[in-house]
Design a protein around this ligand. Structure first.
Ligand code: SAM
Ligand code: DTB
Ligand code: SF4
Length: 333
């Protein structure tokens, strides 16, 4: 891995490793659940005192019509689910949504573009305005928009971008079953480019796409080998959308999500582990187990990109029942 080594600007002082083996990681994923939860808890409490959960709001700025062939994605032109013809959002309506998200209690505002890669021009200039507008509201700003060039990463950094979301999605071994139009290596290079400009990386994956335990371990191994660890790792469960090749996938067992979260927490003690897509299929109790296992962020708001997410009121109740702190934890970079 050639990602630039840089200290995470944080007061968290827990020793971190980047050389976990597949055997060690499978060992965590398959450990008796009580033991796994205990280990994850101890590490989480030490690395992230105070039990805070960050609320991140998500908005799709450009929806559908994407050239990539990701088998899980409702926005790919290769899938009959593709929702094309939706207008691309302008700067002001996006900033208004960000303002409302902040009012509702979010700390971070994430914006998505269904692109294979960012191209220069009016749409990119609007993205830069959105980023600086979101930062001016006092929110963390995150963008997910596919691959980017060095120059684009530099301009996003100058606009104040806090984090760029670019997922590895699955293991390198299983990857070819899921995406053929972009390589694993290209994804790693995008992450490296983002980091070189001082932007935090948000990088994780999806479970429930027919992968083995060893594939999950392999994905986590690569994430934990990045130096420093990704500042945030979203753990998504597949939302099996009709019209995608994965529409008939079996639902993910909730305890598998708990295990994935706990293992991510053990491997990457100071990373923000975001319990992401698929929360609607998790009971209140399963989500609380995920918090206990070390999840310290959720997507907050009634929609993800194209699919639904638990309602804001239900989430506020959940967090209050779990007794976790949702006071603002904005990272100034
Ligand atoms: N086009 C950009 C890209 O792929 O980098 C950004 C948007 S893309 C929708 C962001 C991420 O959402 C994907 O990498 C994937 O991990 C997640 N995602 C998309 N569809 C999903 C689904 N049906 N279930 C779970 N996660 C999904
Ligand atoms: C991430 O890892 N999960 C979010 C965010 N990053 C962009 C997206 C989830 C999308 C779920 C399917 C949909 O709503 O289209
Ligand atoms: Fe496009 Fe991103 Fe969906 Fe893949 S995940 S089809 S790159 S929008």
């Amino acid at each position: 891995m050639t990602l630039i080594e840089k200290e995470i600007p944080t007061s968290k002082k827990v020793s971190t490793r980047h050389d976990w083996t597949i055997e060690e990681i499978v060992g965590f994923l398959e450990m008796p659940l009580m033991d796994l939860l205990w280990q994850a808890q101890k590490i989480h409490r030490e690395a992230n005192p105070g039990y805070k959960v960050q609320l991140a709001s998500l908005l799709s700025v450009k929806t559908g019509g994407c050239e990539e062939d990701c088998a899980y994605c409702p926005q790919s032109i290769h899938n009959s689910s593709d929702v094309s013809g939706q207008p691309v959002l302008d700067v002001q309506p996006v900033l208004e949504k960000a303002r409302l998200a902040k009012e509702a209690g979010a700390d971070r505002f994430c914006m998505g573009w269904a692109w294979r890669e960012i191209r220069d021009g009016a749409a990119f200039n609007s993205m830069l305005e959105m980023v600086s507008g979101v930062r001016d509201l006092g929110l963390e700003a995150c963008v997910t928009a596919g691959m980017l060039t060095d120059n684009q990463a530099s301009r996003l950094a100058d606009a104040g971008l806090t984090a760029y979301n670019h997922n590895l999605d699955t293991s390198p071994e299983h990857y070819g079953e899921i995406i053929t139009t972009r390589t694993y290596q290209e994804r790693l290079e995008t992450l490296e480019r983002v980091r070189m400009h001082g932007i935090h990386i948000c990088c994780g994956g999806i479970i429930g796409m027919g992968e083995s335990i060893s594939d999950r371990a392999s994905l986590l191994k690569i994430l934990a080998s990045l130096k420093p660890h990704p500042e945030s790792v979203p753990i998504n469960s597949l939302v099996a959308v009709e019209g995608t090749p994965l529409e008939d996938s079996l639902p993910v067992d909730s305890l598998e999500v708990v295990r994935m979260v706990a293992t991510a927490r053990i491997l990457m003690p100071s990373t923000r582990v975001r319990l992401s897509a698929g929360r609607e299929s998790l009971s209140r109790e399963a989500q609380i187990l995920c918090f206990q296992a070390g999840a310290d962020s959720i997507f907050y708001g009634d929609t993800l990109l194209t699919t639904s997410n638990p309602e804001v009121a239900a989430d506020r109740e959940l967090l209050s029942q779990a007794g976790v702190d949702i006071t603002s934890i904005v990272d100034d970079l």
